[in-house]
Design a protein around this ligand. Structure first.
Ligand SMILES: [Zn+2]
Length: 302
């Protein structure tokens, strides 16, 4: 009998552990879901690209890639679009979310300088993976998507003031055009920036969505190839680096990029932790307008 009671007590104890375990696991899942939903809202409020495309990257596009500690390094690749002001009366939330003011940008650049950060180019990063470049102690890469006029007129002087350089992704059909509240830098401005040491790379011909199945292999190949040709024609060189519109790509897209000799590609996966074994999927740290400096600082090591 005593033995029976002991067994029942043992069973009750096991049951109690199981119930407590389930409650803890459930709580953890709820916490993760809550954190994710918050991140998703954040992401959707801010992201972007050229205005003619009304689509935004999804939370999945921003999800950090898995960390591979042995081949990874802390390297914030900062992602900006407009450096300027939203025209009065603008209600387009995408346009607003893409526009960091020159004051905010200068504050961030100045802080990075005060902390001893050195800007490197994407080419430096590539050479580093080939053991042909000595990485500074605290590297940072500034990137600007879409080739907006204000990123050149407001952004490059601030970078130069602090001895920094940046990288610009150009949609090669757009230079010199205006669409809505977006004006794209012309080839003269782009060439001048390149002469000042800025890096200019392909962001496709027309900002097509690289993961949309309606674009077949031939289309992808042709588009990326023409983008490189345009850079070659206007600037005398085309770097083997690619910036994916919306951060979208799929296996076919990556295969065509590799066929065209691209060796590095920039996504919007949101982390400052770069896996050097995965250069075609480089993550970036998205900088949003109105972000307090301490939040910006926090994200440099996320
Ligand atoms: Zn873009």
């Amino acid at each position: 009998m005593e033995r029976g009671i002991f067994v029942i007590m043992k069973l009750n104890k096991a049951l109690l552990f199981a119930v407590v375990g389930l409650i803890i696991a459930g709580g953890a899942v709820a916490l993760v879901l809550f954190a994710r939903s918050d991140k998703i809202k954040n992401v959707q409020a801010v992201i972007s690209s050229a205005p003619q495309i009304q689509m935004r990257p999804t939370a999945q596009d921003f999800a950090p890639l898995p960390r591979a500690t042995s081949t990874s390094m802390d390297l914030p690749i900062l992602m900006y679009h407009h450096i300027g002001y939203v025209p009065t009366g603008t209600v387009d939330s995408i346009r607003i979310g893409l526009t960091v003011s020159p004051q905010e940008f200068a504050q961030q650049v100045s802080w990075l300088k005060s902390q001893g950060y050195t800007s490197i180019s994407l080419n430096d990063l590539y050479l580093y993976t080939q053991k042909r470049f000595t990485m500074p102690k605290k590297p940072v890469i500034f990137t600007f998507d879409d080739g907006y006029d204000d990123a050149f007129t407001n952004g490059t002087p601030i970078l130069r003031q602090y001895g920094y350089t940046g990288l610009f992704g150009i949609i090669t059909h757009f230079p010199g055009t205006t669409s809505g509240t977006n004006t794209y830098a012309d080839w003269g401005q782009i060439a001048a920036a390149k002469r000042q040491g800025m890096e200019i790379i392909c962001h496709t011909e027309n900002h097509f969505d690289g993961s949309n199945p309606k674009y077949d292999t031939a289309y992808i190949y042709q588009n990326l190839s023409s983008c490189q040709q345009a850079l070659q024609n206007h600037l005398g060189a085309a770097e083997p680096y690619l910036m994916y519109p919306y951060g979208h790509y799929n296996a076919d897209y990556l295969a065509q990029a590799k066929n065209l000799s691209f060796v590095m590609g920039m996504t919007v996966h949101d982390t400052a932790w770069v896996n050097l074994n995965d250069l075609m999927e480089l993550p970036r740290v998205r900088v949003s307008p109105g972000e307090p400096l301490d939040k910006f600082i926090e994200r440099l090591t996320e």
